[in-house]
Design a protein around this ligand. Structure first.
Ligand code: SAH
Ligand code: SF4
Ligand code: F3S
Length: 468
């Protein structure tokens, strides 16, 4: 048994990360025995991508994917810790699975992802959810076949969570959700320690992936006909800062661009590490999409300081203005309201910033205290009702600008990678270069291609159009 420890997770060693290769012995290949698995994924793109690896590992050892958790012999919850409601959702699902397990005694249940890295969660699983068969963390996904074998062979609850990040594991199999768009990890972990955020504890130290491995993966995707890659990391602009040689996000973007892949996206960008050089590279290469996710979190420099974001409102705006010199660029953001002791004046500054930046998209949240983070210990005199009111006002304000920015596109032509059938009857859907969702009339044989679409109408969260 290996249990999570926040004390360990907080540490940052100077030792450079090493690389190892995934492999499993023949004896593992049949342990799935054609049994069905179902994975429920919560949280960010990183978790979604981890699930793509987990699915492929399971299929390599003989499992097949179920359409629904009710028909599965193995259920894995890949969880997220970012806010309280992510927790609640996962525990709610565990409640439903418990019922299922009562009538299906051979059902195997596992929990992984960021919640598995939390001391309190694992403690609860051991005490109150003894029927959960196994738990593994974000640092040892590649160990799944071994952990699963143990769980299948013993009646004990198998818990294997490492708090210290291990090596970067290359060569894990992957079952991609989409045949045109792919996620590519470029780094793991985060060293920023924003005071409200659990990620540096659940994902460990920042470790950048070797550029040759990234470029090989992108080149393979190009060969297979993929049209878009999203380079993933919690703070992609800090890519390479942990290398003992000079190679950074600017260099990587340029090299990925030269692979010839049609579209490159990257997320998430922390304003702190966004360089002028990156802006120049984005301007220079048309296959780097003019769509930047630049979380601001708050418009009050006082709150930003308490959040440990290391920039002021003025510095953010200066960077924002520079980014806006990229032709046709769209900028989206994340904003937290109700950080401990956020005053009316602080919130007003956030609204002022929104009114200045007129973001093309924004994800807004109420602060959720995460056990073990510094912000969870701060005194907070603001009632929840006040925070909800602020969220409502903020949403009304950001929504107004989404619609405004979408309306500007009416009667223009936009380039769209066609994803598939839209939820709207008879239409297809996809995303523009600037990452706007568009529903449009076109022939279904265009799925997977990049096409020009005439925008005919604009809503707050999407566009309508047709291929002429
Ligand atoms: N690495 C990214 C963010 C990852 S988490 C970055 O630094 O920008 C995604 C978003 O969740 C954050 O941008 C933040 O707005 C929100 N978030 C993180 N922790 C939170 C918390 N404790 N309460 C509410 N929102 C939170
Ligand atoms: Fe969390 Fe900050 Fe790291 Fe983003 S940069 S993952 S908000 S600690
Ligand atoms: Fe959630 Fe972990 Fe991602 S906390 S947002 S799944 S890194």
């Amino acid at each position: 048994m290996l249990l999570p420890s926040y004390k360990e997770a907080r540490k940052r060693s100077k030792v450079l990360s090493e690389k190892e290769f995934y492999s499993i012995d023949k004896e593992f290949k049949t342990i799935g025995n054609n049994r069905k698995y179902f994975i429920k994924t919560y949280g960010c793109q990183m978790n979604e991508h981890d699930t793509e690896n987990i699915k492929a590992m399971l299929e390599e050892i003989g499992f097949i994917e179920a359409n629904d958790y009710l028909e599965a012999d193995l259920i894995i919850l890949n969880t997220c810790s970012i806010r309280e409601n992510a927790h609640n959702k996962a525990f709610g699902m565990l409640g439903r699975i418990k019922h299922l397990k009562q009538s299906k005694k051979n059902l195997i249940v596992g929990l992984c992802g960021c919640m598995a890295q939390e001391e309190k969660v694992v403690d609860d699983i051991m005490k109150k959810y003894k029927w959960v068969n196994f738990v593994f963390g974000t640092h040892n996904i590649h160990r799944l076949p071994f952990i699963l074998k143990e769980a299948l062979e013993s009646n004990n609850q198998e818990i294997e969570v490492c708090s210290k990040e291990g090596n970067i594991v290359e060569g894990m199999p992957v079952k991609r959700e989409n045949s045109y768009k792919a996620y590519v990890n470029i780094m793991y972990g985060c060293d920023k320690f924003c005071t409200y955020c659990i990620v540096p504890y659940t994902r460990g130290k920042q470790r950048s992936r070797d550029k040759d491995d990234i470029l090989k993966e992108v080149n393979d995707l190009v060969q297979k006909g993929y049209k878009e890659v999203t380079l993933l990391g919690q703070n992609v602009n800090a890519y390479g800062k942990d290398f003992d040689y000079k190679y950074n996000m600017e260099n990587l973007l340029e090299d990925v661009s030269k692979t010839g892949i049609a579209r490159i996206r990257f997320m998430t960008s922390h304003p702190w590490d966004f360089t002028d050089g990156m802006i120049d590279v984005i301007k220079k290469y048309p296959n780097i999409m003019p769509s930047i996710h630049l979380p601001v979190q708050s418009g009050s420099s006082r709150i930003l300081k308490l959040m440990g974001r290391k920039y002021t409102k003025e510095e953010y705006i200066k960077l924002f203005d520079k980014i806006k010199t990229i032709p046709n660029v769209c900028v989206s953001t994340d904003i937290i309201v109700g950080f401990p002791d956020e005053q009316d004046e602080d919130f007003k500054e956030t609204l002022d910033l929104v009114n200045y930046c007129k973001f093309d998209n924004a994800y807004t949240f109420i602060f959720s205290p995460r056990e073990g983070t510094p912000a969870a210990k701060l005194k907070d005199s603001i009632p929840l009702s006040k925070k909800e009111e602020r969220l409502h006002i903020l949403n009304e304000t950001v929504n107004k600008y989404f619609l405004e920015s979408n309306r500007k596109l009416i009667n223009t032509k936009v380039k769209v990678l066609v994803d598939g059938k839209s939820e709207k009857e008879g239409m297809l859907c996809g995303y523009t270069d600037t990452n706007k969702l568009i529903n449009f009339y076109a022939d279904a044989n265009l799925i997977g291609q990049i096409v020009e679409v005439l925008v005919t109408d604009a809503k707050t969260w999407s566009l309508d159009g047709r291929v002429e």
